[in-house]
Every structure is written in C-alpha cells, then in structure tokens.
Write a protein that binds this ligand. Sequence first.
Ligand code: NAX
Ligand code: ADP
Ligand code: K
Length: 465
Amino acid sequence: MQRLLPLPLSLPLFNVASSRAIEAAALAGLPVDALMERAGLAVARLALALQPGAGTIWVACGPGNNGGDGRIAARLLQAQGRRVSIGLTPPADCCLAIDALLGLGLNRTPDAAMAAAITALNSLTVPVLAVDLPSGLLADSGALAGAEAVRATHTLCLLSLKPGLFTAQGRAHAGTIWFDDLAIAPARRGDAGLLGRDCLAELAGPDHAAHKGSQGDVLVIGGAPGMRGAARLAARAALAAGAGRVYLHLLGEPVEEADPARAELMLAVRCEPQDLAGKTVAIGCGGGQQGLAEPLAAALRHAPRLIVDADALNAIAASPALQQLLRQRAPLSSVLTPHPLEAARLLGTDTARVQADRLDAAQALAERCAATIVLKGSGSVIASPGRRPQLCSSGSAALASAGSGDVLAGWIAGLWAPRPAIEPHLLAGAASFWHGLAGEQQAAGPLRAGDLIERMHALHAPPED
Ligand SMILES: NC(=O)C1=CN([C@@H]2O[C@H](COP(=O)(O)OP(=O)(O)OC[C@H]3O[C@@H](n4cnc5c(N)ncnc54)[C@H](O)[C@@H]3O)[C@@H](O)[C@H]2O)[C@@H](O)CC1
Ligand SMILES: Nc1ncnc2c1ncn2[C@@H]1O[C@H](COP(=O)(O)OP(=O)(O)O)[C@@H](O)[C@H]1O
Ligand SMILES: [K+]
C-alpha cells in the first residue's frame, strides 16, 4: 500500500472495463475470494493506522463487492478487538467511518437508501475512509452519478487506479489517495496515464554553449487595452521558462514599452508573416473581442509552433474559416489550452457535458482540431491525436485565481522555443505538471499569478526524489 501523491513516477490508469478484465485475469489463477480478502485486509490496516484509538468504527456496506470488501475489513477489525457497526446509519460513538457503499459498480443515480447513507457519511465530523472510490463518484470520469458523493478524508484505491479519482470531482471528494495493487501486476496497457514527476525528464536543460539565439524566440500576441496584464503574464512566464528572447505584440492602442516591470521583454510592433517565422507563438491571452482575428489567421498560417489560449480559442470556436486553418497546420505544431467553457464552445456543447467526461471531451477536441489539448481544471487532461490521454496529478485550488492560465500558456511557449523538436504531447504534460507543482508549494490561500511565475522559475532543475 502506498500514499500516492505527490507522485514521483507516472502510472497507468484503468477504466471500469479494463479494471474488470484485470480482476478476471487475476482471479483465473487464485481462489475465488482471494482478491476480496486482500482488499479487506488492506482496508482494515489503513483504518487501524488512521484511527488506532477507542470508539466504534462504522462500516457502511453496499450490496456489491465494494460492500464485500467492507465486510471483510469489519471482520478483521473485530478480530483486532475493535468495536464495529455494519449498517447504513452511524453508531453514536463513531470514531471512523468506512465507506464501502459503492465502487466500480456504480451505474446510476444513487437510490434513496444509498443517497441517505452518503448524506449521513458527509454529515460526520470523524474521518471517512472510502473503499476503492468515494461512493457516488464515477470511476471513469470523476463526475457524480447523483446530487452528492461521499467527501472522504482518505480513499484507498484497490487493484487498479481509476481515472475518476484524479479529475473533475475526483480530487475534491477523495481526500488523501492511497493505492494497493493487491499484489497483481496488470498485464495490459493503461487507458490513460497519470503524470508523475518523471515527466519533467523530457525537459533537458541548455548545454554550456547555449546562447540567446539557441534558446528560441517567443512571440506573445494578446493583451488588448484593459487586459494587457494577461499577455504580460504569459510573456514573463515564457521568459522564466527559458526562452532566449521574448517579444510582446499588444493589441489595440500602441504602447511604448512591452512591460515596464520587465525590462527583458521586447515590443513587437508588427505581426506580419515574416515576424512570425521561426518563432514559438502564444496567442489569445487577454485578446479581447476585436483585433484578434487577423493576427490569429496569420499565426495559424505561419507560426511554426503555436499555443492558442483564451480569446483566440473563442475566436476559433466562432469561425469555421479559422477552424479550417487550425486543422491544416503541420502535425505536432499546435497546443490548445482551453478551460472547460472554452472547450465547450469549441465542441459546440456546454460546460456540464465537457465536465461529465473530461477525458473523452479532450480526446474528441484533439482529434477535431488536429492539435494537442490541455483541458484545464482540477486534474488537467492532456490529449493528442492518436495518443493515450494523460491526467496531471499536480495542482491545487490555489491555482484558481485570475491569470494562472495565462502563465501556463506562456510557460508552454517558453519551454517549447528552445526544444522545437519535442513532441507537444510530452511538452504539454511536463509544462502542466510543472505549473501544478508550483501551485502546490505555498501556504494556504490563492496564489497570485505573478507569484506563480516566480515559484515555477524556482523549480528549474527540480531535485530528484
Ligand atoms: N475489480 C476490481 O478491481 C476489484 C474489485 N473489488 C471491489 O469490488 C468493487 C466492485 O464491485 P461490484 O462490481 O459488485 O460493484 P459495487 O459494489 O460498486 O456496486 C454494485 C452493486 O451496487 C448496486 N448499485 C449500483 N449503482 C447503484 C446506485 N446508484 N444506487 C444503489 N445501488 C447501486 C448494483 O445494483 C450492485 O448491486 C470495487 O469497487 C472494489 O471495492 C475488490 O474486492 C477487489 C478487486
Ligand atoms: N482547483 C484547481 N485544481 C488544479 N488546478 C487548477 C484549479 N483551478 C484552476 N487550476 C489551474 O489554473 C489555471 C487556470 O486557468 P484559466 O481558467 O485559463 O484562468 P485565467 O484565464 O484566469 O488565467 C489552469 O491551468 C487550471 O488547470
Ligand atoms: K466506496
């Protein structure tokens, strides 16, 4: 059993169908109850570690094998001399609750009895340990099957890691995530990957002979009047990530300086095809509604590497001609960084549908746009045509503050410029992980985007775990 996050090494994720196939293959060589006995033992062990003291442990058991795991754990806890209560309502002296209501088999809105038990678990002030998944959370998507799912303090995932724990509502409901593979090595590829710190190894640093010309040029296009800051944040991030030279083309009224607070940034007065050649371009941060279409069309045609964010995504969503330009770009040359609403616009759907299956939505968008997609939010999804999607295991709600997406777009550009040959799928994964990692390393409260850049900068050449 291991505590999973922060995650040093990337791991495979298995959806419900694959998890059942792994279970069936394992059971072919084992006595019928072997896996459930191992699962129950793991649950009991963690329960004892979490609550070694007095009081009654409530084991809320459902009708399937998730409940079966709970019953075995209850038996083992009793054998250890602990008081245990099995049922759908808590005992008066409850000191720890084990949520063994529903796991992989959740396939509909919780019925009244289940919903009441979920509410009762969420009303407790004692720790709640969820078995395999917080009940009410869908394993494949991290969406809720009904109005409410268990908000666990700990979740012990069993046999195979499920994607739903790590995206959408997963992290908000799972608490501290533990994993026990029940001594079974899966004999199949994951359906998706969970990015760990090893993804940063894709980003070799500059060699000793590097010079600004070898580290690539970034051009940030955006920052209409009133939103100059968004483009400046992206440009500052590109600089901090390691681009050799960073230029800013600000939309609307001309300005005298690119960024008075960052003397290193240069102003790009024009944005003609020859100004785009050879550059890594990030477009859309603070782009506004007007003045963006022309530079966007030029960037789609001429930028050899392109990151499309914010208002540039909205402009593409509204224009079949721009969509066509995007699809016609060279393979492996475009990264789109939508948040769920921007993704919904691009897909012609609504945010709720995107959030109902983030992995699916990101993959559909990648295929539709012939681009790498970073679908942002809790558990960002990185998807590319023909590739296995990745979920970012780093990040926290400290990133839920204005400008952190601009920083990500600029950071991707700044990492890409010196490494023009890197595969965008790997680049976007590593950049997202880095961004999330910096977003975890701070005291409570939101992280201002300007401070985020400094934290990301401080993580250059991150130490080995
Ligand atoms: N396949 C695996 O990876 C392993 C599974 N094990 C455990 O077995 C679980 C899966 O067991 P099951 O397939 O029996 O599935 P569950 O125990 O999750 O649920 C199935 C039962 O719940 C009912 N149900 C589903 N949705 C409901 C809803 N919304 N409201 C009320 N009832 C609902 C179903 O009708 C069925 O009776 C895993 O989550 C895990 O805890 C472990 O014992 C060992 C390995
Ligand atoms: N709760 C959260 N958990 C993890 N990451 C988050 C969370 N909230 C926001 N983020 C991250 O912060 C960034 C926000 O980007 P975005 O929504 O575009 O904001 P903005 O446009 O203000 O910069 C994304 O990278 C997103 O993944
Ligand atoms: K459960």
